[in-house]
Design a protein around this ligand. Structure first.
Ligand SMILES: Nc1ncnc2c1ncn2[C@@H]1O[C@H](COP(=O)(O)OP(=O)(O)OP(=O)(O)O)[C@@H](O)[C@H]1O
Ligand SMILES: [Mg+2]
Length: 261
């Protein structure tokens, strides 16, 4: 693997209020190399989405450091942050929530091109159409609105928009979970191809161990806000060391456990 892209050290986040006090992240430390996929699994409520949101700066952590290419994300000046902001992008489970229903798909993809000043105004349209093609959609999709296309097409659009800012890291939070099996398979192939072509890193959050195993080089198992185990994806899934990991494997129907389907 090439050099370390992301390094997270001692990340903690507690949610309090209204009788709640939960350590959603508790001293989380890990790293991801350029071109590497780290899978994140764990029971519901273990902190996976909170981790994603903290990386995207949608949630402010209580403690910890996030280093991208050695740069401390929480210490960047607003100006530098604006310039770097595109380097981490996210694709959610439900892309509808992340899109303005009134704007066209083409405009939704061109917005980051403008905001992150990736390309000149004149070239934006061509780059947008190229991005659609890269994710396997035709350019005429650009005049449609997000609710007018299928779930699988929506996730491709979301990915095209994420790619528009030329990210180094794409965080996928259950991004493929709502898709049917064959559409999900094609999305996985697409993610792998993009990674090979562009050296993008992924943080892939998923609840289906077979899918996570298929795409991940390494896997982190989370429970109660902590990473309880990390390792090579095949090793973690074939011989988990943590109780949480064992429970996740035990929950896979046995007819699937041996294969990779
Ligand atoms: N904005 C919030 N306010 C209060 N508590 C929150 C908030 N966001 C998350 N939590 C709590 O933090 C913990 C971790 O939640 P998180 O969404 O990160 O879990 P998750 O691993 O993504 O779960 P799932 O697999 O169900 O998506 C949970 O106990 C959750 O209730
Ligand atoms: Mg979640």
């Amino acid at each position: 693997m090439p050099d370390e892209l992301l390094r997270v050290e001692g990340l903690s986040k507690r949610f309090t209020g209204r009788g709640r006090n939960v350590a959603a992240l508790d001293d989380v430390t890990f790293s991801i190399s350029g071109g590497e996929t780290l899978g994140v699994v764990g029971p519901s409520g273990s902190g996976k989405s909170t981790l994603a949101r903290v990386l995207l700066r949608l949630v402010e952590p209580d403690a910890g450091r996030i280093l991208i290419d050695g740069e401390d994300w929480r210490a960047l000046s607003p100006k530098t942050l604006r310039r770097r902001r595109g380097s981490i992008q996210m694709v959610f489970q439900d892309p509808l929530s992340a899109f303005n229903p009134r704007t066209t798909i083409g405009k939704a993809i061109m917005d980051p091109l403008r905001i992150h000043a990736v390309v000149d105004r004149d070239a934006r349209n061509a780059v947008m159409e190229e991005l659609l093609q890269r994710v396997g959609l035709s350019a005429d999709m650009s005049s449609r609105r997000i609710h007018e296309v299928s779930g699988g097409q929506r996730q491709r659009v979301a990915l095209a928009r994420a790619l528009a800012s030329r990210p180094r890291l794409v965080v996928l939070d259950e991004a493929l979970s709502a898709l049917d099996v064959s559409v999900r398979g094609r999305m996985l192939e697409l993610l792998v191809r993009l990674q090979a072509e562009e050296g993008i890193s992924y943080l892939f959050i998923g609840h289906d161990p077979a899918v996570v195993r298929m795409i991940s080089h390494r896997v982190a198992v989370m429970d109660h806000g902590r990473i309880v185990e990390t390792g090579d994806a095949d090793a973690v899934f074939s011989d988990p060391g943590s109780e949480t990991g064992k429970a996740l494997i035990a929950a896979i129907p046995t007819w699937r456990r041996s294969g990779s389907a």
